[in-house]
Design a protein around this ligand. Structure first.
Ligand code: BG6
Length: 609
């Protein structure tokens, strides 16, 4: 998720922009840049790396004169972190400069059209396409030029725009990526979130999708998508800076749980073509190569490993290829039967986990083809993989992963069906149905997020527990692993996940009156089997919470508490049933007063063995 700041007023803009970018650093970024408009000329400075590099490059802004400008911290999605891929980007003649947060899903088509007209691109980004389109659509009227340009865009974008022919204005547009306009006596601002402007003002316009704002030194006009001027309600932000960084949520973890619908939509939408086919950019595997693989190995750590466990069930069922899933730190020290007929799937949010990176290198040394699913563009694992599929979850700040885990799941589903389609192992009707259900997943998840208060109420009972057990069969077991880790890693309540059918072979000896057991029962064809496991633990006095699909009334007769979740394609149920478990862990930890975003002993990415 990139950060945007813009200013136009009576003071030098560069130091204000750099200060604003500093406030946006918490969002995570890999490069930064600013553009200043002075006397009808745009000057740009930008660089890969930390903000300090940019700061030193322009002497803290003192060498950049002008009272209007835009700034950007980049979280790479298209194109690795580099000076050239950093924002702002400028149009062919240089008369437009732009910063962007979001993903332009049809950028490849637009880029080809522009190149056919002789446009030369200086970067690999989707954003640069917008700069060139502004010039191509330039009517002399900034508002009209912008309207014509955004009409050609598909995807999400918050834009900050400078035009050399409009030296007394900065413009911005909001569509599916957050953007605010802030007003002060000293000038007016645009920003991705209020943290960047709080040192100057607390008075903002919250832009809605499709709205365009033109900011001058002493006034702001806002237009709706049809180009009609509208009046916006001036809001006063009462948040502290710390609260503002979390978007008003108490913790980054809750903010990231709530961001899952948007993160999943950003990850899957660009990969489902209008023709209903799956388009996996970043994969150069041919049908012949896919046919040649005898086995897929999924290697990862922690929650990413739990995604791999889901992957085994899904890929084997859909693509009919044998799948082994392994904890990376185990894989690298056994004698893995990996060779050139193996496809190794690496899953990693950070792309820097030492155990996972070592497993990747071990697999490559044995001749395997390596495909990775990674959230951080240009990370070590990404750079050492043969193919990379990026999750577009944006920066994940909380140590306990949620939105990265969820977007990894969706790429597993897409990959399974992509392989099955390539190998002719899925019919068109099934593929279309599955993809329609995948597209509907964000809305289904939102229904659960809307019930967060009920889950919080239930979770408050857990906070006195010393032990918890999560059981399930098949995909439910895979989610039980993640549910158990979510609870224990942030609330410090001892928790175990067990294959429900395995409990009776030992661990059931731990079940006694009052023991808490969460039974995940969303695998409908095995529901009766899971019910018998519920009965087993109930017979020994357990308190059972059952998570199952809406309408499954049988569950209520068996469990002490039931949390009903919406239905989706059976193989995608992990994405649904994990959400109440994430919230359960979060609220139990909150009730226990734990340091939720930075749990003891844990790191966001363990880059040592
Ligand atoms: C752990 C994190 O340290 O590493 C987990 O706390 C994560 O959230 C695991 O799942 C693997 O990290 P990554 O970056 O390789 O997905």
């Amino acid at each position: 998720m990139c950060g945007i700041i813009g200013f136009i007023g009576g003071e030098q803009a560069a130091p204000i922009l750099l200060g604003g970018l500093k406030k946006l650093e918490y969002r995570g970024y890999d490069s930064a840049g600013i553009a200043i408009l002075e006397n009808g000329q745009i000057d740009i400075a930008k660089s890969k790396g930390r903000l300090e590099i940019l700061y030193d490059k322009i002497d803290g802004g003192r060498s950049f004169h002008g009272t209007a400008g835009i700034g950007h911290t980049r979280w790479a999605t298209h194109g690795e972190p580099s000076d050239a891929n950093s924002h702002p980007h400028r149009s062919r003649s240089g008369k437009f400069a732009i910063v962007h947060n979001g993903i332009i899903e049809n950028y490849a088509t637009l880029k080809a059209q522009l190149q056919d007209k002789g446009c030369e691109f200086a970067s690999e980004t989707d954003t640069e396409v917008i700069a060139h389109l502004l010039e191509q659509n330039d009517t002399g009227d900034l508002l009209e030029t912008i309207r014509r340009t955004v009409a050609q865009l598909e995807g999400s974008y918050a834009l900050g725009i400078l035009s050399e022919e409009h030296p007394d204005e900065i413009a911005c547009v909001r569509c599916a990526s957050p953007l605010i306009v802030a007003l002060s006596d000293g000038g007016n601002f645009i920003a991705s979130d209020v943290t960047a402007v709080l040192p100057y003002t607390r008075h903002i316009y919250q832009l809605d999708d499709g709205e365009i704002a033109l900011l001058r030194r002493d006034d702001v006009t806002v237009y709706n998508a049809e180009g009609r001027r509208i009046e916006k309600e001036l809001k006063t932000i009462t948040w502290s800076v710390a609260a503002a960084e979390k978007g008003g949520y108490e913790h980054f973890m809750l903010k990231e749980i709530m961001e899952q619908p948007q993160a999943i939509s950003a990850t899957i939408s660009p990969r489902i073509g209008n023709d209903g086919r799956i388009v996996l950019d970043g994969i150069s595997l041919t049908k012949e190569e896919l046919k040649a693989f005898h086995r897929i190995f999924i290697l990862a750590c922690g929650s990413a490993y739990h995604v791999g466990v889901v992957g085994k069930y899904v890929i084997e069922e859909v693509a009919r290829i044998p799948v082994e899933v392994d904890i990376a730190s185990e894989f690298r020290y056994r004698m893995p039967l990996v060779d050139e007929r193996s496809l190794v799937l690496i899953i990693s949010q950070s792309g820097e986990t030492a155990d996972t990176l070592a497993a990747l290198r071990e697999a490559k040394s044995r001749g395997a083809r390596v495909l990775s699913i990674v959230n951080v563009v240009g990370s070590t694992i990404a750079s050492e993989s043969d193919d990379v599929l990026y999750t577009w979850a944006g920066p994940e700040i909380s140590v306990a992963t949620t939105k990265a885990y969820s977007t990894q799941l969706t790429l597993i589903y897409l990959l399974a069906f992509y392989i099955a389609d390539a190998l002719g192992r899925v019919d068109t009707l099934t593929l279309r149905h599955a993809l329609n259900e995948l597209i509907a997943l964000p809305d289904q998840i939102q229904k659960i997020l809307d019930q967060a208060p009920q889950i919080e109420q239930f979770a408050q009972r857990l906070c006195y527990l010393d032990h918890a057990y999560f059981i399930g069969r098949n995909l439910d077991y895979a989610v039980a692993l993640e549910a158990s880790l979510k609870l224990k890693e942030i609330s410090y309540i001892h928790s175990e996940a067990y294959a429900a059918g395995e409990l009776k072979h030992g661990t059931i000896s731990l079940i006694e009156p009052g023991t808490f057991v969460a039974a995940l029962a969303c695998c409908e064809r095995l529901f009766d089997k899971t019910v018998s496991n519920i009965r087993e633990v109930k017979a020994r006095g357990a308190q059972v919470l059952c998570v199952t699909q809406q309408g499954n009334e049988a569950a209520a007769q068996q469990a002490d508490h039931v949390f009903y979740v919406p239905r989706t394609y059976p193989l995608f149920m992990p994405s649904i049933e994990v959400v109440p478990m994430q919230l359960l862990g979060y609220y139990a930890a909150k009730a226990r007063g734990c340091d939720i975003d930075k749990p003891r002993n844990l790191a966001k990415s363990v880059t040592v063995e």
